[in-house]
Design a binder for this molecule. Structure first.
Ligand code: GLN
Length: 490
């Protein structure tokens, strides 16, 4: 079954429904691939092999079911989605042995659609990072070049899909954590509109920014997974009660005529100037935009004038929310409890000092600071106002275009250890975080390999709230008209 590795989810699902392969064969093929590639890629924190095979056999006993669109499809979950009876670590020592007693809503929905969860993916601890180097357990390698990072924080999800270990994965995106690893690993990733997918059972980082979304080997695959996980959930008060369109029905367009693509000046900084795009990223993304024009799309310049403020705004809001969300990890209710504590405060301090890594502690400290009485107005209050203005920037831009296009990141995947300074790491989020601040949908799709590094390059598409259907159909049309993306030589 080795030929299954690089098939798309759509192809695998069709073979399963047609009875050409059994669910057990599909799962076993992924487990074999994991065995072969995991020693070098290290994308996964845990593998539920026996459990997945048992579920597959159960499904095979019942036979394929067209009412279950992901029947028998092997999938991987980022390890901050709660899974009943299966450890959910958030790549933190704090939750090393944490076994939830309930499934996240997205996990329930995948299960109801017939998907089989085979493993939990590595990530930056509590989703804080852009390279998966902040995992408390181990670093994940980029399947295209093992010395390079897979991006983050959903780097395990990106790498497992790129390495052909599963049909698709779920990631989460608070400031780019689906789109960046998708770009670095040469896969497609979609961050839905805030409220489109239930966050119930996702361990919270920045609650007003977090969204769960699919990562897969084609645009159509992302549409299939989104179709299953989207929708209102009474258990998440921020999930929006509006109809989920049929993402597959509108997917195939003849061309892109009638579509106007906005190109924000701020997302295309001159490659010849300091702080510009790397020439290979500029070139690959421009080629993709030219292809969209060839397919009939019109392009117009737009302004996202507050882009320079986005990093500061995002990191104030994300850290403030993180400090509040992570206060529940006190050594009493969940996870790690320090031994030899002398009294209550000592227990909190020791448990949190031992359980959290450096980046998480840094964020809790800064987040508490920006929320503290004397500084709230100067930092958090100000950031909340700028956030509103960033949203208005987008509203204005979408008056003259349907979708926005630009790079996901100024460079391709960098080498592990290259960005040891946290501020340098924060800066690479420049093009992804405004989308979360504004609550908008965004995606990354591979548009080729870089002329200098030979690493994958992602084009980012951004759209108005709940325009996932339009975005997916435009991306699908572009994908079908670009040369097929090669696979990493693993
Ligand atoms: N890199 C960003 C951060 O570290 C975004 C992370 C994310 O989207 N989870 O906060």
């Amino acid at each position: 079954m080795s030929e299954l590795h690089y098939k798309t989810l759509s192809e695998t699902a069709a073979m399963l429904q047609a009875g050409e392969i059994t669910a057990e064969q599909a799962v076993q093929a992924c487990l074999d691939r994991i065995e072969a590639t995991e020693p070098s890629v290290k994308a996964l924190i845990s593998v539920q092999g026996e459990q997945a095979l048992a579920k597959a056999r159960e499904l095979d006993g019942q036979g394929p079911d067209p009412a279950k669109p992901l029947w028998g499809v092997p999938m991987v979950l980022k390890d901050l989605l709660t899974t009943k009876g299966v450890t959910t670590t958030c790549a933190s020592k704090f939750l090393e042995n944490f076994v939830p007693f309930y499934d996240a809503t997205v996990v329930e929905k995948l299960d109801a659609a017939g998907a089989i969860c085979i493993a939990k993916a590595n990530m930056d601890e509590f989703a804080m990072g852009s390279s998966t180097e902040n995992s408390a357990y181990f670093k994940t390698a980029n399947p295209w070049d093992l010395e390079r990072v897979p991006g983050g924080s959903s780097g395990g999800s990106g790498a497992t899909v790129a390495a052909g270990q599963c049909a698709a994965a779920l990631g989460t995106d608070t400031g780019g954590s689906i789109r960046l690893p998708a770009s670095f690993c040469g896969v497609t990733g979609l961050k839905p509109t805030y409220g489109r997918v239930s966050r119930y059972g996702m361990v919270a980082f920045g609650s007003s920014l977090d969204q769960i979304g699919p990562m897969a080997r084609s645009v159509e695959d992302c549409a299939r997974v989104l179709q299953v996980i989207a929708g209102h959930d009474p258990k998440d008060s921020t999930s929006v009660d509006c109809e989920v369109p049929d993402y597959l029905a509108g997917l195939d367009r003849k061309d892109l005529s009638g579509l106007t693509i906005g190109l924000p000046e701020q997302y295309w900084p001159d490659p010849d100037k300091e702080g510009g795009l790397s020439p290979e990223v500029d070139q690959a993304c421009r080629n993709a935009v030219a292809k969209m024009e060839e397919l009939g799309a019109k392009t117009v310049p737009v302004q996202l004038g507050l882009t320079d403020y986005a990093i500061a705004t995002y990191y104030i809001i994300a850290m403030a929310e993180a400090s509040s969300n992570l206060s529940r990890f006190d050594g009493i209710r969940y996870g790690k409890r320090a031994e030899n504590a002398e009294e209550l405060i000592d227990l909190y301090t020791k448990s949190r000092t031992q359980g959290f890594g450096d980046e998480v502690q840094r964020r809790i400290i800064i987040g508490s600071y920006v929320l503290s009485a004397g500084y709230y107005d100067a930092y958090y209050g100000k950031a909340a106002k700028v956030r509103r203005l960033i949203r208005r920037n987008f509203d204005k831009a979408f008056e003259s275009c349907d979708l926005i296009a630009g790079p996901v990141c100024p460079t391709t995947a960098f080498k592990s250890g290259e960005k040891a300074d946290p501020l340098q790491m924060y800066l690479i989020d420049i093009f992804t975080i405004s989308c979360n601040l504004a609550g908008l949908p965004g995606m990354s799709m591979p548009v080729g390999l870089g002329a200098d590094t030979n690493m994958p390059i992602g084009l980012q598409l951004l759209g108005p709230s709940f325009s996932e259907d339009l975005m997916l159909s435009a991306a699908n049309t572009l994908e079908k008209n670009l040369p097929p993306m090669p696979s990493p030589g693993l």
